[in-house]
Design a protein around this ligand. Structure first.
Ligand code: ZN
Length: 185
């Protein structure tokens, strides 16, 4: 069972429930599998105007390892810490859900001009307000669970807990391929 490591008031809960329902009632034939990645931008590389604000970029890509190379090339010599990405059944919808979650929790950072490449990067979040990288992972896992996009970890947990449930889950996986995987990057 996934436990929430973040708080949600009634208004945020209702908004997120509606967003989850919108995905669950969308046509799976239109889903596009891909990766949702996040990387931390080291504080000593941030502009002087925000010396203590550590940032996390959260984005999606059909090929996260290639996107990582592009980011590193584009914003060189920005110090980026990449650790993992989740391969999910629909990367764009999942990313939108995660962005909404952290916006509602006041973590969104308005785009500002990148000191390295000059672009106004979007989709950046205050890492402390996200609950650090652990908070981001917790949100990923929580919404994967809400969408019934089983992470590999949950399948393993199911294996040792309830055999009858496992059979149902495996059938589900084979039929709909709703697995999500956390991968190193
Ligand atoms: Zn840049």
């Amino acid at each position: 069972m996934i436990t929430q490591s973040f708080t949600m008031n009634a208004a945020i809960s209702a908004t997120m429930d509606a967003a989850i329902d919108a995905i669950l009632t969308s046509n799976p034939a239109l889903w596009r599998p891909g990766g949702i990645y996040t990387f931390e931008i080291a504080p000593n590389q941030l502009p002087p105007s925000s010396p203590t604000e550590r940032e996390a970029k959260i984005g999606f890509s059909g090929m996260p390892p290639r996107r990582k190379r592009e980011w590193r090339r584009q914003c060189r010599p920005q110090q980026q810490e990449w650790k993992f990405y989740y391969h999910v059944p629909d990367a764009r919808r999942f990313e939108a859900l995660i962005h909404l979650h952290f916006r509602l929790h006041g973590a969104w950072i308005p785009p500002k001009r990148c000191e390295f490449c000059g672009v106004r990067h979007k989709e950046k979040f205050n890492l402390a307000r996200c609950g650090e990288m652990d908070g981001i992972i917790a949100a990923f896992e929580y919404y994967l669970w809400r969408l019934n996009w089983l992470s590999i970890r949950q399948v393993t947990f199911t294996l040792i807990s309830t055999m009858s449930m496992l059979v149902g889950k495996i059938v589900n996986l084979l039929e709909r391929d709703l697995t999500a995987q956390r991968l190193k990057i």
